[in-house]
Design a protein around this ligand. Structure first.
Ligand code: AHR
Length: 329
């Protein structure tokens, strides 16, 4: 008798547990579940971008964020997106580490009826119905702005006459195959075509990291030495790494070598105040509010614009001290 009672109690407990398990997804349905695949933490910019996304999600009680860090590997991002599809999230958002190779997984998301938002970086796919909107900076314009600033300010900074001299530029590119690396190179070259005195004598990827930026700049200096007049870095982190290499080589960054880079992170403002960096072109990582506004609009049945471009500025050394207290990243 005792045995029968125990068995009955066990069956009831099991039924209760199964019931709770089955009820859980139903409760979660009150929330919009968003799967976000982040590239990694390669730069101060990326860390600020992650913070903007996670803190904004935490502020919105109707949002449940599933966040995944891909450690700069496309295969990890594809795995994460497949996991989100298997979990049946409401929206997938991601910042693609490189431009190509996304079509199959985006088709899987489409077949599952899950809308995809591109955040920060674009993908290169023939079918643009595979994603609903792309929000983030205009990287080509950032390259143009860097080149314009350089063309307009080089002579003043170096007491030179650009119409007669050859000006040797070295370029630290971002991650190979990534949208910002491709576009920032394109935009820079587009403007520089009008200023043939500027010659890019070396151009190599520093993978958007400080350590790689330093390493590649060391190699540039070993090969070209004091011949280098300008450094154009696709992000501030690589420029900051390169500044260290320049100092160790015995040259003065910001004076012997004019430096322009992109992002406008706090570290760049500090380097400008010390006179070691000449200009930073803004690329804002604060995409969290925009992202979750778009998610909510989408879930409310609204049509999103295909492209949402971030407004950004250019900050030369002269304004650094005044601007630093206003910087949010
Ligand atoms: O996609 C934006 C770029 O990625 C930022 O410029 C860079 O710092 C980051 O790693």
């Amino acid at each position: 008798m005792k045995n029968v009672a125990t068995k009955l109690m066990m069956i009831c407990a099991l039924a209760l547990a199964v019931g709770m398990f089955l009820a859980a997804p139903a409760l979660a349905k009150d929330k919009i579940v968003v799967g976000f695949s982040q590239i990694g933490a390669e730069s101060a910019w990326r860390v600020a971008n992650t913070e903007s996304i996670t803190s904004e999600a935490a502020k919105r009680p109707n949002i449940e964020l599933k966040f995944s860090d891909a450690q700069q590997k496309q295969e990890n991002q594809i795995k994460a997106i497949r996991n989100f599809i298997a979990q049946g999230v409401d929206v997938i958002a991601f910042s693609p580490v490189v431009e190509t190779g996304w079509t199959p997984v985006l088709k899987e998301a489409k077949r599952a009826g899950i809308p995809v938002i591109l955040s920060d970086r674009a993908v290169d796919t023939e079918d643009d119905t595979l994603w609903v909107t792309f929000m983030g900076s205009d990287f080509v314009e950032e390259g143009r702005r860097s080149a314009k600033w350089l063309a307009e300010n080089y002579d003043r900074l170096k007491n030179a006459d650009k119409s007669s001299d050859v000006i040797n530029v070295v370029e630290l590119q971002g991650t190979v195959g990534s949208a910002p690396a491709i576009d920032r190179k394109t935009g820079f070259e587009e403007v520089m075509k009008n200023y043939p005195q500027f010659k890019v004598i070396k151009s190599q990827s520093g993978d958007f990291t400080r350590s790689k930026g330093k390493e590649v700049m060391e190699a540039f200096l070993k090969a070209e030495g004091a011949k280098i007049d300008v450094l154009y870095a696709h992000n501030d982190d690589m420029a900051i790494g390169a500044i260290q290499a320049i100092e160790e080589f015995g040259l003065k960054p910001g004076k012997d070598i004019i430096i322009v880079s992109i992002d406008a992170v706090r570290g760049a403002f500090e380097a400008m105040i010390e006179g070691k960096l000449n200009c930073t072109v803004e690329c804002s990582p604060l995409l969290g509010p925009q992202l979750f506004d778009a998610v909510e609009d989408l879930m409310a049945g609204k049509t999103l614009p295909k492209r949402i471009v971030t407004n950004e500025g250019v900050f030369p050394q002269e304004v650094a001290a005044k601007e630093l207290p206003n910087r949010k990243y």
